[in-house]
Design a protein around this ligand. Structure first.
Ligand code: BGC
Length: 403
């Protein structure tokens, strides 16, 4: 093994024990900190990277996904229908969301929806008619603007904690959603469970997703269905996914690596993630000091040291960390021959604008090179890509996605 590979392999090992996104133990406050941004915008951080992504040659592509026409470039309209009530996290869907997405050149929307907060807790787990009407409206808007749309069942947190108890309810929800939307065109897709985590491990996730797919297939024989891997849709868990033989069942992963960079200072992350001023790509001009809670954890210390001191080629927050993650996806495409989709990627606005732009561009391009459709996270909150009130995009996000 060359030193680079030793490092890459060891970062994988480090990454494997890093919690991607711990449970949202924030008592229903917006997980994206939307209200904090809305109330008086703080100036963006000033720190800038001293290295260029272009210093590192990307590895050759070994295998690409079969493309997903209509679902190539998209945006998550998050913090709206996935909030406990629409508007409670500062985002209310508006026609302008769809207008801006289309005008920017996107072809689809990923729509996080918290059906579980709008369904009965006892059989037959009926979904509120008024909530269905709101989702219908979003689907109509997408269709009117020539956008495909993914209905993504998001934030079913009780399911993550008690998967066995909530399994029947999940299947009943999908049965109703499938029945309700069976007449919609193929530009409407279903995503079964956003970011399975905690107790919903692969051994329980696999049979549950199979049951939900069977319930959907009874009324929607060819509808595109997207299934996330365990561990917050971790690419390293794609290999544990067991899905039925069905050309229209797609596997999905999310890309927030390295998590100490993309989620730095996020209020819903634990104390060890609160180290700020982490730039992309590393190393930085001036080393950062991990927050106290981070200093107590080996994996954080190892990562911060590697970020502070390693040259860009082997840096823990360098392009190779991104390429490495895509290698996991390639391995899955090779072994499964299944199409894959990147349902979320993004960087908090706690990071400086240039670093966000560089990271987004790199991840987006690496996905596109492998014909993997993507959807950026998201329209609101701390990952905000667009401002519908003014009709403008956040500059570094727009540049990272489109330039
Ligand atoms: C979650 C959001 C979070 C985002 C980035 C999404 O899946 O629903 O709450 O802000 O990921 O971590």
């Amino acid at each position: 093994m060359r030193p680079l590979h030793v490092f890459v392999a060891s970062t994988c090992l480090i990454a494997a024990c890093i919690p991607r996104k711990p449970s949202l133990a924030n008592g229903g406050a917006t997980p994206s900190g939307a209200s904090a941004t809305a109330a008086g915008m703080p100036p963006p951080p000033q720190s800038v990277a001293i290295h260029q992504v272009s210093e590192i040659e990307p590895p050759p592509i070994e295998v690409a996904s079969e493309p997903l026409p209509g679902f190539t470039r998209g945006i998550n309209l998050g913090n709206a229908l996935d909030a406990p009530q629409e508007g409670s996290w500062g985002v209310t869907l508006d026609e302008k969301h769809f207008v801006m997405a289309k005008a920017a050149g996107l072809d689809h929307i990923r729509l996080p929806v918290r059906f579980n907060s709008h369904a009965q807790n006892q059989p037959p787990y009926t979904i509120e008619e008024s909530f269905f009407k709101r989702v219908d409206w979003a689907l109509d808007r997408a269709q009117a603007h020539g956008l495909s749309i993914i209905i993504d069942l998001h934030h079913y947190e009780e399911l993550m904690k008690k998967p066995v108890e909530h399994g029947d309810r999940l299947v009943a929800i999908w049965k109703q959603v499938a029945e309700h939307y069976k007449g919609r065109p193929a530009s409407v897709a279903f995503e079964l469970i956003n970011e399975p985590c905690n107790e919903l491990k692969s051994a329980l996730l696999n049979p549950l997703q199979k049951r939900a797919i069977a319930a959907i297939r009874a009324t929607n024989p060819t509808r595109l269905i997207i299934a996330d891997s365990y561990f917050w849709a971790g690419a390293d868990y794609l290999k544990e996914l067991e899905l039925p033989v069905d050309p229209n069942v797609i596997a999905s992963f999310h890309h927030y690596q390295p998590i100490l960079f993309t989620h730095q200072g996020m209020p819903f992350m634990p104390a060890e993630f609160q180290t700020r001023d982490i730039v992309f790509p590393g190393p930085p001009a001036t080393p950062v000091t991990a927050v106290e809670a981070g200093q107590k954890l080996d994996w954080v210390n190892t990562w911060i040291n590697a970020y502070n001191s390693q040259p860009i080629a082997t840096n823990a927050n360098g392009p190779n960390a991104i390429f490495d993650y895509f290698k996991l996806v390639e391995a899955y495409i090779k072994s499964s021959k299944r199409r894959v989709y990147l349902g979320e990627f993004g960087v908090t606005d706690n990071a400086d604008p240039k670093s966000r732009e560089e990271w987004l561009r790199l991840v987006r391009k690496e996905a596109e090179k492998r014909k993997i459709g993507w959807a950026v996270w998201d329209d609101g909150g701390k990952f905000r890509a667009m401002n519908v009130a003014s009709g403008t995009w956040v500059a570094p996000i727009h540049a990272g996605l489109f330039e």
